[in-house]
Design a protein around this ligand. Sequence first.
Ligand SMILES: Cc1cc2nc3c(=O)[nH]c(=O)nc-3n(C[C@H](O)[C@H](O)[C@H](O)COP(=O)(O)OP(=O)(O)OC[C@H]3O[C@@H](n4cnc5c(N)ncnc54)[C@H](O)[C@@H]3O)c2cc1C
Length: 480
Amino acid sequence: MQQLTEQLYIAPQIGPGDMADIAAAGVRAIMCNRPDGEGGDQPGFREIAAAAELAGLEAHDLPVTPGQASVQQGVEFDRLMQALPKPVLAYCRSGMRSATLWGLANAARLPPEQIVNRAATCGYDLNALVRRLAGSVDPYAVNDARHQIVIVGAGAAGIAVAVSLLAREPALDIAIIDPAEVHYYQPGWTLVGGGVFEPAQTARVMGALIPRGVRWIKAAVAGFVPEHNVVLLEGCRTVRYERLVVCPGLKLDWDGIAGLGDTLGRHGVTSNYRYDLASYTWELVRRFRGGQALFTQPPMPIKCAGAPQKAMYLSCDTWRRNGVLGQAKVRFMTAGAVLFGVADTAGWIDVDQATLRHKIHPNIFGPGDAVNAPNAKTAAAARKQAPVVAHNLLVDLGAEAREARYDGYGSCPLTVERGKIVLAEFTYGGKLAPSFPSWLLDGTRPSRLAWLLKERLLPPLYWQGMLKGREWMAQPELVG
Ligand SMILES: Cc1cc2nc3c(=O)[nH]c(=O)nc-3n(C[C@H](O)[C@H](O)[C@H](O)COP(=O)(O)OP(=O)(O)OC[C@H]3O[C@@H](n4cnc5c(N)ncnc54)[C@H](O)[C@@H]3O)c2cc1C
């Protein structure tokens, strides 16, 4: 928490557990500048507001999409600052949007240098905002940074592409843009919900995973200007690129279900799709003594389409072992037409499904969950896609001759009971693509070996292989 003025503190994301400390520091009101559902570890505003009330603080939200703080929102920020008891603590993911709103609110009152200097004392760079407000500069001509290769998103796909590029050409000038402090191994959340992993086993500090030599730009991308080879960051900064890799993953739309935000994490309602809730799943499963148990799956596209089923199978297996399955009325409510779908819908990053190169902008590539290739959206897919993207980007730079091709591989190990898994590996069109001979591991049947793979081998394969540039079982296939 940084003190920007006598009446205003700025902070990155806070949690309900921070309220007592915030109140003890003298703060009297909270302002949230982050829309709900932006991150996999983000408490919703209602959770924050409820905790704030208990601590005797007023809470208000003025959500701002990254990079899109408007003059009107600056005016609203000013109005709230007049109305709320002070001092106020404003927060968003990093604090940048809150600082930007303060800059907009005071643009007519303070000289630009004062806005920039005061924000800088708290670690926020408002130079680009002031340039924009001056209105005299072509925003795309003034670039805060430029790099040969820019990667958006340091998740499973982004880090894997960066390390695969460096494994091929260590001298490349690469920047990776991601505001997140923590990188999550999301496939582990099913096992957190099943009481097998601790949440901490699925999380690593982001800084430790960004490869040496890669510049980490710790900001959220707010927009793309592919005609100018520019990405826009929150706080109005810009980054120019020669080649761009876009892999921001999926944003979950919790508000797509009316009332869900109010009740998630309480009243027996949970989801393994959020880091801080997966352990609540296990708490509910452990305590269940009978009654109605509903498991739901939204319509495609979702990441890891098997995850809702996995939660149900593991829960039922626990209830069977605890002798309460007979008292349970279990229902699986799916909004999809099939139980296990591989989806291709419009509106995603439009790439060629073999080369993963953008169909309109050839210097842009897309691996990971956010592309429209009709594969299962899984880390297993990203593991195979990253070397293909790295290789094809080098073809584009003239360093390689033959293109690599992605065959649509994905895998979503179905935890059908504690100790047994159906590996479920397939390529485009749902064609089975087993990695192992069937005498060793039949991927179409539940097996203990597949469980061992998921519990013991896949996490190190992820952290030590995929995120370190070791392309174990992921060498790209070259064509032409
Ligand atoms: C409950 C659950 C179970 C799963 N089980 C499995 C499984 O068993 N097997 C499997 O293979 N896969 C599984 N998955 C899916 C797997 O985790 C994803 O497919 C994989 O993480 C996708 O990688 P990605 O890099 O595209 O996205 P992510 O890993 O989600 O990373 C996206 C990154 O982009 C960043 N970002 C977002 N917006 C911006 C922005 N505006 N600017 C800059 N950066 C941004 C985020 O901070 C994040 O770091 C599961 C997922 C869940 C939630």
